[in-house]
Every structure is written in C-alpha cells, then in structure tokens.
Design a protein around this ligand. Structure first.
Ligand code: HEM
Length: 236
C-alpha cells in the first residue's frame, strides 16, 4: 500500500492528516486576517493587495484547489473519526475522561458545521457577490493609475448591515473556539505535548484564539462605528 493509502486507512494516519489539514487551514485563516486588517489603512493598500492576489492567475487557482482539498479531507476525516468514537463509546458514561472527550468532539463537530455554513455564506457574499452584483463593477484607481476592483468599498458596504456583521462576529467567535480545541489536539497528534509544555501550549493557543476573534470582530464593529479610534480610520 502506498503512503497516502496507509495514511487514510490507519487511525493514527487519519489523525495525522486531520492535524496537517487543520494546520494548513489555520495558516490560511491567519494570513487572511492579516490581509483583512489592511481595512484600517488607506483604501489603496487592501485594493492593491486584492489586485496582487488576483494577478496570481493560475497560481491562485492552484492555491484555492489545494485549500479546497484540505477542507474536504478535514471534514471527511472528522465525520469518520466522530463515527468511530461513537461506535467505540461504552454504553454507560462511567469514566469522566470519556465524557470530557465526547463533549470536546461534539463541540468540534458543531462549531465545524457552523464554520462550514459561514464559509459558504462568505463566499456567496464577498467572492461570488450573489446579493450585490454591483460590487463587481466598483473600481478604484491605484496610485500608479491601474484600475482595480474596489475591495475596500465592498467590505465597508458589506458590514454596514448590522445583521450581516452580527453573523460574522458570531461565526468568527465559533471559529476561534473551534481553533482553540483544534490547536490543542494538533499539538497532541504531532507529539508536542508533554508534562512541561502542555500548559504553555494550551495558554498560547487560547491567547491566539482570543486575539484572532477580537481582531476579526473589530472589522465589522469599526465599520458600524462602535470602536472610537478605529471607526475614524474607515473611509466611506
Ligand atoms: C471580518 C472577517 C473577514 C473579512 C473582512 C473577510 C473578507 C474577505 C474578502 C474581502 C474576500 C475576497 C473577496 C474577493 O474580492 O474575491 C474574502 C475571501 C475569502 N474569505 Fe474572507 N473575510 C473574513 C473572514 C473570513 C473567515 C473567518 C474565513 C474562513 C473561515 C474566510 C474565508 C475566505 C475564503 C475561503 C475566501 C475566498 C478566497 C479566494 O477567493 O480564494 N474569511 N474574504
């Protein structure tokens, strides 16, 4: 059997793939947040950045395809692992350890489903622009004269709706919660957890997830005018 086959067929291999695809997706959401924080800079910055990404052409499509494969593998293995855990679960919840593990995995499955629903909504909202086809027509002239799509205006208009903003904030909150558990189990799978490191790693993961949530939430909250200094940076 080849390496890929044995990764998918053994329990440890599946856990490893789950952690590896999780790591890739973690890298994406972190990079995406850093890119999005450019909304607090003049519109030139994020529009130039959006244009740079679009001009990657087929390389961008290759990255998108790779991310999609990671999402599919991550979800597929999550379903398999959940079913396996359920099948192996003793009838009575005698041991506290079992109960805790079950609760953690249940939380992961539920937050994972909401995050998936959010991604589908987000793609329809900002990438396909299904509800606002006019966002595809809004253009911006960069300092060098290049006309590009006005991503800045799209984000500001998108978050001007309180309902949409609340949905984003709740979704990134659940994503941050999902990441907190995910990062911790990823360290476990990669064998990085030991008596000396476990507390430090879990604390770092928690701090990261809080920062991830708050920084993401600041974007819609600032557009809506709720963050004194940052709201003043948003140009309308
Ligand atoms: C406040 C938070 C967020 C903002 C402001 C934001 C903004 C954006 C923007 C402007 C785009 C590009 C649309 C385009 O012009 O084509 C985009 C694409 C995307 N976002 Fe977000 N996003 C946010 C949160 C998230 C989160 C939490 C996730 C993942 C769970 C995510 C996943 C994606 C994906 C997968 C794409 C498509 C990338 C591509 O076209 O290749 N976003 N987002």
């Amino acid at each position: 059997m080849n390496l890929l086959g044995s990764l998918f067929s053994s329990s440890i291999g599946r856990k490893f793939l789950m952690a590896a695809t999780g790591l890739v997706l973690f890298g994406f959401v972190t990079g995406h947040l850093v890119g999005n924080l450019q909304i607090f800079l003049p519109p030139e910055k994020i529009n130039h950045y959006g244009h740079l990404l679009e001009s990657l052409g087929s390389a961008l499509w290759a990255i998108r395809a790779f991310l999609l494969v990671c999402v599919v593998i991550h979800i597929w293995l999550a379903i398999q692992l959940t079913l396996e855990n359920r099948a192996a679960r003793p009838a009575a919840y005698a041991a506290e350890k079992t109960m805790r593990a079950t609760l953690a995995s249940r939380v992961m499955a539920r937050t994972g489903i909401v995050v998936l629903a959010f991604i589908i909504y987000h793609l329809l909202h900002f990438t396909i622009r299904a509800q606002h086809p006019e966002w595809s027509e809004h253009t911006y002239r960069l300092a060098d004269g290049t006309m590009v799509r006005d991503v800045y205006r799209m984000v500001v208009e998108g978050f001007s709706s309180v309902g949409v903003s609340v949905f984003y904030i709740v979704a990134v909150g659940l994503l941050a919660y999902h990441l907190a558990h995910g990062i911790s189990s990823m360290f476990q799978t990669f064998g990085l957890k030991n008596e000396n490191w476990t507390r430090g790693l879990d604390t770092t993961a928690k701090i990261y997830c809080w920062a991830y949530f708050l920084l993401n939430a600041l974007i819609p909250l600032s557009v809506l005018g709720y963050v004194p200094v940052l709201s003043g940076l948003i140009q309308r």
